[in-house]
Design a protein around this ligand. Structure first.
Ligand code: ATP
Length: 357
């Protein structure tokens, strides 16, 4: 028995001449919270809809629970929750939730028990006799989740389910969703373009760009070891510095750049030779200036152009050899605009990657 719930191999979807999803391979393990993340139009929703059996791939195979997604059988394994909730307006909360079980001709007593359990789990007790238009957005989304979960699918598909909520409710529902997923233990596949939401919720993030998967991994892996400049820039902030590979030293790559020599870690899967152009990604929080730069393995210097106090950190823009670097400084800053300051960073914290294609 494999613990892979969802398997995609060479899955491609075209709309006329446009390739929306381009030969993707993906394995999703049982009980994981997996997020498809990327900007609008990168193919996330189309991928999710194909897993749910709402769209059919032009090429490739999709399996859910070991069965091919073709027609009705696989539909038993998945349920989808939409941003728009898609509740039945003329049905009460309890009727909306029970609908799928009634369709499956479950006995009344079993329906009552299943619904009571899920209503309790989603904090909807007391709302059973209301109609959707008598509920807040957050409550409506909970009803949509309850309606999907009550049928005990193997995999729950969620398409920007919090997109219609205000920021505060969205944050609250993020915590609830994560707890809910742990409690029910089923696989959640979640689509969002919001990188913070993806970081918050996911066991694994699958980053997509123009119909392809560019990297997948835990939030820590994606943030700490981005595979491409696109990933580094899309998830969190980063300084991207153009460089050329000069040599290798103890598993590290030595590059030359406008900042001088930079020694850094190679990105996962980097295939590059000496003399090749590369990009070095340095997060603002990994750059130190002034006294903090002392002793770090990479050193340069630059002129402070701008200082902005942001609360937890001070964002300092330093011009290093014509390159503006964003630096997040913690604590008091003993320097002002116009000062020439040392800037340093550790080779452990920066990644060398192939230039964006
Ligand atoms: P969003 O967050 O905006 O929904 P997405 O990453 O989910 O973006 P998709 O909805 O999967 O992207 O769409 C991928 C591309 O395919 C887009 O360029 C979109 O315009 C196109 N597309 C999607 N569905 C159709 C369709 N039914 N007919 C034609 N083009 C489509």
């Amino acid at each position: 028995m494999t613990d892979i719930d969802v398997r995609l191999r060479g899955v491609t979807k075209r709309f006329a001449d446009f390739v929306a999803v381009d030969a993707i391979d993906l394995d999703i393990r049982h009980g994981r919270f997996v997020t498809l993340l990327g900007p609008s139009g990168c193919g996330k929703t189309t991928t999710l809809r194909m897993i749910g059996g709402f769209e059919h791939p032009d090429a490739g195979d999709i399996q859910v629970g070991g069965e091919p997604v073709t027609g009705s059988s696989s539909r038993h394994h998945t349920r989808m929750v939409f941003q728009s909730y898609a509740l039945f307006p003329h049905m009460k909360v309890s009727e909306n939730i029970a609908f799928g079980l009634r369709m499956a001709r479950m006995p009344n007593e079993a329906i009552r028990r299943s619904c009571a359990e899920i209503i309790e789990m989603l904090g909807l007790a007391g709302q059973e006799d209301k109609y959707p238009n008598q509920l807040s957005g957050g409550q409506q989304q909970r009803v949509a989740l309850a309606r999907a979960l009550v049928t005990r699918p193997r995999v729950l598909l969620l398409d920007e389910p919090l997109g219609a909520l205000d920021l505060k409710m969205r944050k609250r529902m993020q915590i609830e969703l994560k707890n809910l997923q742990r409690e029910v233990g089923i696989t959640f596949i979640y689509v969002t373009h919001d990188q913070e939401e993806a970081m918050n919720l996911s066991d694994e993030i699958v980053v997509m760009d123009r119909g392809r998967i560019v990297q997948s991994g835990t939030p820590e892996q994606i943030y700490g070891s981005p595979a491409t400049p696109y990933v580094a820039d899309f998830i969190g902030e980063t300084n991207l510095v153009e460089a050329v590979i000069a040599s290798r030293r103890d598993g590290r790559i030595v590059t030359s750049s406008a900042l001088g020599e930079i020694v850094a870690r190679p990105a996962v899967g980097l295939e590059a030779r000496d003399g090749d152009p590369v990009v070095v990604a340095i997060r603002p929080e990994n750059l130190a200036l002034g006294e903090g730069a002392e002793g770090l393995s990479n050193q340069t210097r630059g002129t402070i152009r701008q200082i902005s106090f942001l609360g937890a950190v001070t964002r300092v823009i330093v011009d290093c050899g014509g390159l503006p670097l964003s630096i997040d400084h913690r604590g008091r800053l003993a320097a002002s605009a116009g000062d020439l300051v040392p800037v340093g960073f550790s080779g452990d914290d920066v990644v060398v990657m192939a230039p964006q294609v």
